[in-house]
Design a protein. Structure first.
Length: 245
Protein backbone atom coordinates (compact mmCIF):
# COMPACT_ATOMS: atom_id res chain seq x y z
CA UNK A 1 0.00 0.00 0.00
CA UNK A 2 1.53 3.29 -1.04
CA UNK A 3 1.16 6.01 1.53
CA UNK A 4 2.72 9.38 2.29
CA UNK A 5 1.87 9.07 5.96
CA UNK A 6 4.40 8.16 8.61
CA UNK A 7 4.17 7.32 12.27
CA UNK A 8 6.51 7.96 15.17
CA UNK A 9 6.55 5.34 17.94
CA UNK A 10 6.54 8.22 20.43
CA UNK A 11 3.30 9.76 19.15
CA UNK A 12 -0.35 8.62 19.41
CA UNK A 13 -1.15 6.20 16.62
CA UNK A 14 -2.75 6.71 14.16
CA UNK A 15 -2.81 10.50 13.66
CA UNK A 16 -6.14 12.06 14.57
CA UNK A 17 -6.78 13.18 10.99
CA UNK A 18 -6.44 9.57 9.78
CA UNK A 19 -8.70 7.85 12.31
CA UNK A 20 -11.65 6.03 10.77
CA UNK A 21 -10.19 5.91 7.26
CA UNK A 22 -10.01 2.48 5.72
CA UNK A 23 -8.08 1.23 2.71
CA UNK A 24 -8.51 -2.15 1.07
CA UNK A 25 -5.21 -3.97 1.16
CA UNK A 26 -3.87 -6.99 -0.70
CA UNK A 27 -2.45 -9.27 1.96
CA UNK A 28 -0.36 -12.38 1.42
CA UNK A 29 -0.33 -15.09 4.07
CA UNK A 30 2.36 -17.76 4.13
CA UNK A 31 0.89 -20.63 6.12
CA UNK A 32 -2.39 -22.50 6.51
CA UNK A 33 -2.49 -23.15 10.26
CA UNK A 34 -4.74 -21.71 12.94
CA UNK A 35 -3.20 -18.23 13.04
CA UNK A 36 -3.21 -17.95 9.25
CA UNK A 37 -6.86 -19.00 9.15
CA UNK A 38 -7.93 -16.68 11.96
CA UNK A 39 -6.25 -13.54 10.60
CA UNK A 40 -7.35 -14.36 7.05
CA UNK A 41 -10.92 -14.60 8.30
CA UNK A 42 -10.70 -11.36 10.27
CA UNK A 43 -9.01 -9.37 7.53
CA UNK A 44 -11.39 -10.66 4.87
CA UNK A 45 -14.31 -9.66 7.07
CA UNK A 46 -12.80 -6.18 7.24
CA UNK A 47 -12.82 -5.98 3.44
CA UNK A 48 -9.23 -6.83 2.59
CA UNK A 49 -8.18 -9.16 -0.23
CA UNK A 50 -6.31 -12.23 0.98
CA UNK A 51 -4.15 -14.72 -0.87
CA UNK A 52 -2.62 -17.59 1.03
CA UNK A 53 -0.34 -20.49 0.38
CA UNK A 54 1.64 -23.17 2.14
CA UNK A 55 3.39 -26.48 1.74
CA UNK A 56 0.11 -28.18 0.78
CA UNK A 57 -1.69 -26.54 -2.18
CA UNK A 58 -4.77 -28.65 -1.42
CA UNK A 59 -4.93 -27.40 2.16
CA UNK A 60 -4.49 -23.81 0.98
CA UNK A 61 -7.32 -24.18 -1.54
CA UNK A 62 -9.58 -25.81 1.04
CA UNK A 63 -8.98 -23.02 3.55
CA UNK A 64 -9.57 -20.35 0.92
CA UNK A 65 -12.84 -21.99 -0.16
CA UNK A 66 -13.99 -22.11 3.46
CA UNK A 67 -13.20 -18.45 4.14
CA UNK A 68 -15.10 -17.01 1.19
CA UNK A 69 -14.70 -15.02 -2.03
CA UNK A 70 -12.21 -12.47 -0.68
CA UNK A 71 -9.69 -15.24 0.03
CA UNK A 72 -7.82 -17.14 -2.66
CA UNK A 73 -4.97 -19.64 -2.75
CA UNK A 74 -1.74 -19.49 -4.72
CA UNK A 75 1.76 -20.91 -4.89
CA UNK A 76 3.99 -19.43 -2.15
CA UNK A 77 6.05 -17.34 -4.58
CA UNK A 78 2.86 -15.73 -5.90
CA UNK A 79 1.62 -15.11 -2.35
CA UNK A 80 4.37 -12.53 -1.78
CA UNK A 81 4.17 -10.82 -5.17
CA UNK A 82 2.52 -7.39 -5.35
CA UNK A 83 1.18 -7.42 -1.78
CA UNK A 84 0.67 -4.51 0.60
CA UNK A 85 1.73 -6.78 3.48
CA UNK A 86 2.75 -10.40 4.01
CA UNK A 87 2.10 -12.46 7.15
CA UNK A 88 4.68 -15.15 7.92
CA UNK A 89 2.33 -17.52 9.77
CA UNK A 90 4.54 -20.59 10.05
CA UNK A 91 6.32 -22.33 12.91
CA UNK A 92 9.53 -20.54 13.82
CA UNK A 93 11.69 -23.50 12.84
CA UNK A 94 10.12 -23.57 9.38
CA UNK A 95 10.77 -19.92 8.59
CA UNK A 96 14.04 -20.42 6.73
CA UNK A 97 12.56 -23.05 4.38
CA UNK A 98 9.52 -20.90 3.61
CA UNK A 99 11.54 -17.77 2.91
CA UNK A 100 13.86 -19.76 0.68
CA UNK A 101 10.85 -21.11 -1.25
CA UNK A 102 9.54 -17.61 -2.00
CA UNK A 103 12.94 -16.27 -3.06
CA UNK A 104 13.34 -13.90 -0.13
CA UNK A 105 17.14 -13.94 -0.41
CA UNK A 106 16.77 -12.61 -3.97
CA UNK A 107 14.67 -9.65 -2.81
CA UNK A 108 11.14 -10.94 -3.47
CA UNK A 109 9.97 -9.26 -0.25
CA UNK A 110 11.92 -6.02 -0.67
CA UNK A 111 9.93 -2.94 0.40
CA UNK A 112 7.10 -5.15 1.70
CA UNK A 113 5.84 -5.04 5.30
CA UNK A 114 6.61 -8.57 6.54
CA UNK A 115 4.71 -9.45 9.72
CA UNK A 116 6.48 -11.85 12.08
CA UNK A 117 4.15 -13.49 14.63
CA UNK A 118 6.50 -16.38 15.40
CA UNK A 119 7.33 -17.52 18.93
CA UNK A 120 10.75 -19.20 19.02
CA UNK A 121 10.15 -20.74 22.43
CA UNK A 122 10.00 -24.09 24.15
CA UNK A 123 6.24 -24.36 24.59
CA UNK A 124 6.53 -26.41 27.73
CA UNK A 125 8.54 -23.87 29.73
CA UNK A 126 8.60 -20.73 27.58
CA UNK A 127 12.39 -20.52 27.21
CA UNK A 128 13.67 -18.80 24.06
CA UNK A 129 15.34 -21.11 21.57
CA UNK A 130 17.22 -18.46 19.60
CA UNK A 131 20.83 -17.63 20.36
CA UNK A 132 21.96 -15.25 23.11
CA UNK A 133 20.91 -11.71 22.29
CA UNK A 134 19.21 -12.84 19.06
CA UNK A 135 15.59 -12.32 18.07
CA UNK A 136 13.64 -14.31 15.51
CA UNK A 137 12.44 -11.08 13.91
CA UNK A 138 15.99 -9.89 13.31
CA UNK A 139 16.90 -13.29 11.91
CA UNK A 140 13.98 -13.01 9.50
CA UNK A 141 15.16 -9.54 8.44
CA UNK A 142 18.53 -11.08 7.58
CA UNK A 143 16.88 -13.85 5.56
CA UNK A 144 14.65 -11.40 3.64
CA UNK A 145 16.86 -8.45 2.61
CA UNK A 146 14.90 -5.28 1.97
CA UNK A 147 11.74 -6.49 3.73
CA UNK A 148 10.27 -4.20 6.40
CA UNK A 149 9.90 -6.71 9.23
CA UNK A 150 7.37 -5.94 11.97
CA UNK A 151 7.05 -8.13 15.06
CA UNK A 152 3.33 -8.38 15.88
CA UNK A 153 0.36 -10.73 16.55
CA UNK A 154 2.43 -13.14 18.65
CA UNK A 155 0.94 -12.77 22.13
CA UNK A 156 -2.67 -13.98 21.79
CA UNK A 157 -4.26 -17.30 20.81
CA UNK A 158 -5.50 -17.44 17.25
CA UNK A 159 -9.20 -17.31 18.11
CA UNK A 160 -8.72 -13.81 19.54
CA UNK A 161 -8.84 -12.49 15.97
CA UNK A 162 -12.16 -14.13 15.08
CA UNK A 163 -14.22 -12.51 17.85
CA UNK A 164 -15.31 -9.11 16.49
CA UNK A 165 -16.98 -6.70 18.88
CA UNK A 166 -15.13 -7.66 22.05
CA UNK A 167 -12.92 -5.28 24.00
CA UNK A 168 -9.84 -4.28 22.02
CA UNK A 169 -6.59 -5.94 23.04
CA UNK A 170 -3.21 -4.27 22.79
CA UNK A 171 -1.15 -5.51 19.86
CA UNK A 172 2.44 -4.78 20.84
CA UNK A 173 4.71 -4.39 17.84
CA UNK A 174 8.11 -3.14 16.83
CA UNK A 175 9.87 -2.42 13.56
CA UNK A 176 12.23 -0.05 11.80
CA UNK A 177 10.02 1.32 9.01
CA UNK A 178 7.33 3.87 9.98
CA UNK A 179 5.11 3.15 6.97
CA UNK A 180 5.24 -0.61 7.62
CA UNK A 181 4.29 -0.03 11.26
CA UNK A 182 1.34 2.01 10.05
CA UNK A 183 0.16 -0.74 7.72
CA UNK A 184 0.40 -3.37 10.46
CA UNK A 185 -1.38 -1.04 12.85
CA UNK A 186 -4.27 -0.75 10.40
CA UNK A 187 -4.41 -4.53 10.18
CA UNK A 188 -4.42 -4.80 13.98
CA UNK A 189 -7.40 -2.46 14.22
CA UNK A 190 -9.18 -4.42 11.49
CA UNK A 191 -9.36 -7.44 13.81
CA UNK A 192 -10.20 -5.56 16.99
CA UNK A 193 -6.70 -4.74 18.22
CA UNK A 194 -5.19 -1.51 19.48
CA UNK A 195 -1.69 -1.12 18.02
CA UNK A 196 1.14 -0.15 20.38
CA UNK A 197 4.50 0.57 18.77
CA UNK A 198 7.24 -0.12 21.30
CA UNK A 199 10.20 0.92 19.18
CA UNK A 200 12.56 -0.36 16.52
CA UNK A 201 13.24 -3.97 15.59
CA UNK A 202 15.97 -4.27 18.18
CA UNK A 203 13.13 -4.49 20.75
CA UNK A 204 11.90 -7.73 19.15
CA UNK A 205 13.79 -10.01 21.51
CA UNK A 206 12.07 -8.29 24.42
CA UNK A 207 8.67 -8.99 22.86
CA UNK A 208 9.66 -12.61 22.26
CA UNK A 209 10.76 -12.93 25.89
CA UNK A 210 7.33 -11.65 26.93
CA UNK A 211 5.73 -14.41 24.84
CA UNK A 212 7.95 -16.94 26.60
CA UNK A 213 6.91 -15.52 29.97
CA UNK A 214 3.21 -15.78 29.08
CA UNK A 215 3.55 -19.31 27.67
CA UNK A 216 5.51 -20.45 30.73
CA UNK A 217 2.80 -19.19 33.08
CA UNK A 218 0.03 -20.83 31.04
CA UNK A 219 1.76 -24.21 31.04
CA UNK A 220 2.32 -23.86 34.80
CA UNK A 221 -1.43 -23.34 35.29
CA UNK A 222 -1.39 -19.61 36.03
CA UNK A 223 -3.23 -16.65 34.51
CA UNK A 224 -0.68 -14.36 32.79
CA UNK A 225 -3.09 -11.42 33.04
CA UNK A 226 -3.03 -11.65 36.82
CA UNK A 227 0.79 -11.57 36.79
CA UNK A 228 1.07 -8.18 35.09
CA UNK A 229 0.42 -5.20 37.38
CA UNK A 230 -2.19 -2.72 36.22
CA UNK A 231 -0.48 0.57 35.50
CA UNK A 232 -2.24 3.82 34.58
CA UNK A 233 -1.39 5.24 31.18
CA UNK A 234 1.22 7.95 30.79
CA UNK A 235 -1.55 10.47 30.15
CA UNK A 236 -3.29 9.50 33.39
CA UNK A 237 -0.04 9.89 35.31
CA UNK A 238 0.75 13.35 33.92
CA UNK A 239 -1.23 15.38 36.51
CA UNK A 240 0.58 13.50 39.30
CA UNK A 241 3.94 14.25 37.70
CA UNK A 242 3.10 17.91 37.54
CA UNK A 243 1.98 17.92 41.18
CA UNK A 244 5.24 16.25 42.25
CA UNK A 245 7.40 18.98 40.83
Amino acid sequence: MRTDRCVSPSLPWPPDDQRGRETTMRIGILGTGTLAAALAEGWARAGHEIVLGGRSPAKARGLADRLGPDVSAAEPREVVTGRDAVLLAVAWDGVEDVLRAVGAADGSLADTPLIDPTNPVDHGVGALLTGPGESMAERIAGLAPGAHVVKAFHLFPSDQWTRPGETAVTVAMCGDDPAALEVVGELARAVGGAPAVLGSLDRARQLEEVAGFVIGLVFAGHDPGAAVPHMPSAAAQEPRRQDDR
